[in-house]
Design a protein around this ligand. Structure first.
Ligand SMILES: C[S@@+](CC[C@H](N)C(=O)[O-])C[C@H]1O[C@@H](n2cnc3c(N)ncnc32)[C@H](O)[C@@H]1O
Length: 341
């Protein structure tokens, strides 16, 4: 049967499905279609979808013969409606690991929640409670709810498979679009620094889709650098990436200027801003991520430009919210360009 549909990359399929379902924009009577790297999600007539969410088109879909449960919480049949609704609808899928923010009040029933997700998410091996990232290395605190095996997995994103260890090095499946967006802004032959690179999703995506001369990827966490090396070793283009286990402040001391610099350290990055700016060549760009208070979002670009060295040398090219961070703040992506100096 023909239906309006949203086409998204496979790596974003689960997130898009959850988003559309929550907005009641996903048709439940038709089967989601998978084709190579793409997922096609059938849309309801009322669905309104922003252009940046994917490509809108028409496709033929098969009827969903047995729809089964549409929500993992439907599998918790002995639970009260109240308890079920206290659980988050959404969860993250990283490789074959599922992570969910479990409310403290339901912690004693974590195993049941884990078992439900294990049954509900195709290919899931391990389900964990996610207590967020902490410390200078932004390591994730996780607690096994159900399933087995290590926190080590391979996660597919933007056509690449990354080595990930959820306990030992930062990784978020929510930044896939950012990794692709920044990579699309790198020109052939560019020299790039990926500062605070984690397991290397910016650096490796850039090496994959652009043809940079070199990407130097810097992180202080030895596990992150080791995982990056392992991913890079599996791809021919991995040779363009040079992983360095070093503090960003030490690396920047005397670093030559390059065409593109990425700094994704949203709480602490601000303290490195002047020296990070010095590492950008004239005409070059800085991709900077920050958790910004919503009340300050209008004035923030000007104060960041000041911090970089002033508006004679720097201008804001683009800025957008990546996702809400808290009730009063967003994770914001800023692209600055150096015009002189
Ligand atoms: C938010 S994570 C970003 C990871 C990666 N860019 C990504 O998008 O997945 C921040 C990273 O900065 C690293 N880091 C924190 N302070 C650092 C420092 N002073 N020097 C080098 N790396 C640092 C952490 O180890 C962590 O991997």
């Amino acid at each position: 049967m023909k239906s309006r549909a949203l086409r998204v990359p496979r790596s974003e399929g689960e997130r898009a499905r959850q988003r559309l379902r929550d907005a009641r924009a996903l048709r439940g009577d038709l089967k989601i279609l998978e084709e190579g790297e793409w997922i096609f999600l059938p849309l309801t007539d009322e669905a309104s979808v922003a252009p940046e969410e994917g490509t809108l088109l028409e496709r033929d879909f098969a009827l969903a013969a047995d729809r089964g449960p549409q929500d993992y919480r439907d599998l918790l049949t002995t639970w009260s409606v109240e308890d079920r609704e206290a659980l988050p609808r959404s969860y993250d899928v990283i490789g074959e690991i599922v992570l969910l923010r479990l409310p403290t009040s339901l912690a004693p029933r974590g195993r049941e929640v884990g078992e439900a997700l294990l049954r509900f998410v195709p290919g899931a091996r391990l389900v964990g409670a996610d207590f967020g990232v902490h410390g200078p290395e932004r390591r994730r605190e996780v607690l096994r709810l159900a399933g087995s095996g290590p926190w080590r997995t391979r996660h597919r994103e933007n056509g690449l498979e990354f080595e990930v260890d959820l306990e030992r090095a930062y990784f978020s499946p929510r930044l896939a679009r950012e990794h692709a967006r920044v990579a699309a802004e790198v020109d052939v032959g560019n020299r790039v620094y990926d500062l605070c690179c984690g397991v290397g999703p910016f650096a490796l995506t850039i090496a994959h889709v652009a043809q940079p001369a070199r990407v130097v990827a810097v992180d202080s966490n030895p596990w992150a650098i080791e995982l990056l090396r392992l991913t890079a070793a599996r791809y021919a283009f991995g040779g363009r990436v040079e992983p360095l286990k070093v503090e960003v402040e030490r690396f920047l001391d005397g670093a030559e200027r390059v065409d593109r610099v990425i700094l994704n350290l949203p709480h602490e990055g601000i303290k490195y801003l002047p020296s990070v700016g010095n590492a950008v060549s004239t005409g070059g760009r800085l991709f900077f991520y920050e958790v910004t208070d919503r009340a300050e979002e209008g004035s923030r670009p000007a104060s960041l430009v000041e911090r970089l060295g002033g508006s004679a040398a720097w201008r804001l090219r683009e800025r957008h919210v990546v996702h809400p961070y808290s009730p009063a703040a967003d994770l914001v992506a800023y692209t600055f360009e150096r015009s002189s100096g």
